[in-house]
Design a binder for this molecule. Structure first.
Ligand code: C2E
Ligand code: MG
Ligand code: MG
Ligand code: MG
Length: 277
């Protein structure tokens, strides 16, 4: 009896793994189709200079208009994409898309930057570097108007390869930002060697500011950035009070729902580009 029950639960267990594995493969295979069928879309969220309130650039955040599952945010597919290498197709698409957006902005006489998120796998070999170089050759944009966002752990996991690639990208003139800063290793020993231009303070710390918590960490990161000659931005700003505290703490750049949620590209251009074009 006991053996039977064990057998049954083992069968269920195996079944779960199979379902899980096949849904992973489905998402990975579907992402290929999604790119061919134009189902991926970028939503843009402005980044502002905190002193002047001016929009200086935007972060591109991926959305998937799935024919059956509807409108998907990254939580529904980015992890799987990263685990199945499908992320490399996604990143390839991001390169083309971002460069052509910047091209259009430059042609309209606007000097805003666009950042997009990359993953650890994108820094495991030269593919991203090649794609970025090729696209730069074709589009002839200002490389400083493209920024890559990467979490610290993705650089540190594979430090040799990742830092070599990021250094080359920066030599060309592209910018690199560390995303979710303060939640990872945040080791001073590494910070000195990281080939980056900007620290993005994780929204966990921004959200605690009003409670009187988080200010110490924010101040430390702001000082760190200043000592290492890096830009610093606070993510996840949702209130006026947070904005004011961030200004007092000397944080140069801000991003968050208080200014705007991520919005479709056309809406972003309508709001932030056309009036001044
Ligand atoms: P992230 O790069 O740290 O992006 C910030 C996330 O916080 C975004 O969620 C954004 O919509 C959200 N956010 C922005 N301001 C606020 C705020 O004031 N309050 C709150 N509560 N949330 C705010 P989203 O778009 O769902 O993206 C989640 C994560 O998925 C991103 O975190 C990034 O790690 C990943 N991701 C997004 N797009 C891409 C992509 O194109 N490629 C890769 N590899 N990863 C991506
Ligand atoms: Mg990001
Ligand atoms: Mg972040
Ligand atoms: Mg994140």
């Amino acid at each position: 009896k006991a053996k039977q029950a064990g057998g049954a639960s083992l069968a269920f267990f195996t079944q779960d793994i199979l379902v899980e594995a096949s849904s992973r493969l489905t998402i990975a295979a579907e992402l290929k189709r999604a790119i061919l069928e134009n189902e991926l879309e970028l939503y843009l969220q402005p980044q502002l200079d905190s002193a002047s309130g001016e929009v200086v650039g935007a972060e591109a955040l991926l959305r998937w208009n799935h024919p059956v599952k509807g409108f998907l945010t990254p939580a529904a597919f980015i992890d799987v994409a990263e685990q199945t290498r499908a992320i490399r197709l996604v990143t390839g698409w991001l390169v083309k898309e971002s460069f052509s957006i910047i091209k259009r902005w430059e042609q309209a006489g606007r000097d805003l930057f666009l950042s997009f998120n990359i993953s650890a796998l994108d820094l495991a070999d030269n593919e991203l570097l090649l794609r970025m170089t090729e696209e730069l050759e074709q589009q002839q944009i200002k490389p400083a108007n493209i920024e890559l966002e990467i979490v610290e752990s993705a650089i540190i996991e594979n430090f040799q390869s990742a830092s070599a690639i990021l250094s080359k990208l920066r030599e060309i003139g592209f910018h690199v930002a560390i995303d979710d800063f303060g939640t990872g290793y945040s080791s001073l020993a590494y910070l000195d060697k990281l080939p980056v231009d900007k620290l993005k303070i994780d929204r966990e710390f921004t959200s605690k500011l009003e409670l009187g918590e988080g200010a110490g960490i924010v101040k430390s990161i702001v000082d760190l950035a200043s000592n290492f000659d890096l830009r610093v931005l606070a993510e996840g700003v949702e209130t006026l009070e947070q904005e004011q505290l961030l200004k007092q703490l000397g944080c140069q750049r801000v991003q968050g729902f208080y200014y705007s949620k991520p919005i479709p590209l056309a809406e972003f251009e309508q709001k932030y580009l056309l009036p001044q074009a």
